[in-house]
Design a protein around this ligand. Structure first.
Ligand code: NAD
Length: 316
């Protein structure tokens, strides 16, 4: 950490960014929170609004609308800035516009002398995290994205409901692209240390593996269902970002499915994808490689192939 005071600069004070900020304030995540947005008036209004809640918060926090120069002594820069999809716009066109947004952000952050960790939430998060890595020239350990952290939390919640077990005792991961090609390697799903496949097989028909596997479809479609109902998703991702940031600021060595750069793991090289990683003050300390089955490995390669193709389409 840069000092004893924990400082975060949030870039992008929209719904996702402010859900993160609100949750950060309630959890006492850091000592200083700086809000930056291309719409400075919005950032100022959000800072005022949060400051008025300080009297009711459990801890004090310095919150203000700032500039990229504020990144010079920050521990983390959290990015949730982005532009929405225009009618008729392709995914690649949107990706190109968001890359333009990131060019306007990363360059001044790096110029400030920032020496901390980048956490990216902007979608498509795996590709935008790779863009951040390329534009910043930082050590890849210090550039990572929210990846499948939220998807994994959703999966654990659903598994917990199905088996009537506390989700914290469900050890299962969603891996790959944060998007349509993400999947659950069921060979690695456990209740405590007992494989879910064995629990189903020994339950005398009470628990069906086919039903459990359907839960992963529910996880994949969750964002779309929320968007249909209320136009956007933000509370869950905001809380996931706070969870990840806490692992960094408190040097926790927590295992989280963040979007990390693969360099040999799972036979991949250069791509960013959601995988279980040990996260601490250095960012991604290491990727914890799972022992996937042949079929799961193939699915993972397919997912990484899609991410690679999107990234190459950018022609950075
Ligand atoms: P939003 O439109 O509410 O907010 C985006 C903010 O970015 C706005 O305040 C805008 O002014 C700002 N911005 C745009 N260009 C900028 C620039 N050049 N510099 C600084 N700020 C700039 O959108 P949102 O709902 O907050 O979503 C933000 C991003 O988070 C989207 O890409 C969305 O898809 C993504 N998201 C990710 C996950 C995940 O799991 N990773 C989940 C939900 C949403």
């Amino acid at each position: 950490m840069c000092g004893s005071k924990r400082k975060i600069v949030l870039v992008g004070t929209g719904m996702v960014g402010m859900s993160f900020a609100y949750s950060a304030l309630n959890r006492g995540l850091c000592d200083t929170l700086v809000l930056v947005d291309v719409d400075r008036k919005r950032a100022m209004g959000e800072a005022m609004d949060l400051n008025h809640g300080l009297a009711f918060a459990g801890s004090s926090m310095k919150i203000y609308a700032g500039e990229y120069s504020d990144c010079s002594d920050a521990d983390m820069v959290v990015i949730s800035a982005g532009v929405g999809q225009k009618p008729g716009e392709s995914r690649l066109e949107l990706l190109k516009r968001n890359t333009g947004v990131f060019q306007s952000i990363i360059e001044p952050v790096v110029r400030s002398g920032f020496g901390g960790v980048f956490l990216v939430a902007t979608n498509p998060v795996d590709v935008m995290t790779r863009v951040t890595f390329e534009l910043s020239g930082f050590n890849p350990k210090r550039v990572f994205g929210t990846g499948t952290t939220l998807d994994t939390a959703r999966l654990r919640y659903l598994l917990g409901e199905y088996f009537a077990v506390d989700p914290r005792n469900m050890h299962a991961y969603v891996i790959g692209e944060h998007g349509d090609s993400e999947f659950v390697p069921w060979s690695q799903a456990m209740i405590a240390t007992k494989p879910v496949i064995d629990v189903c097989g020994q339950s005398g028909g009470r628990y069906q593996l086919s039903e459990v596997q359907r839960l992963s479809d529910e996880v994949r479609d969750a964002a779309q269902r929320i968007i249909e109902a209320k136009k956007a998703t933000y509370y869950g991702i905001g809380m996931a970002m706070v969870r990840i940031a806490r692992a960094v600021l408190s040097d926790e060595n927590s295992v989280l499915t963040v979007s990390a750069r693969l360099w040999g793991e799972y036979g991949q090289r250069g791509v960013y994808a959601g995988v279980p990683c040990v996260v601490n003050r250095n960012g991604v300390d290491r990727v914890l490689e799972l022992g996937l089955t042949e079929e799961e490995r193939e699915k993972f390669s397919e997912s990484c192939g899609i991410l690679e193709e999107s990234y190459q389409g950018l022609e950075l």
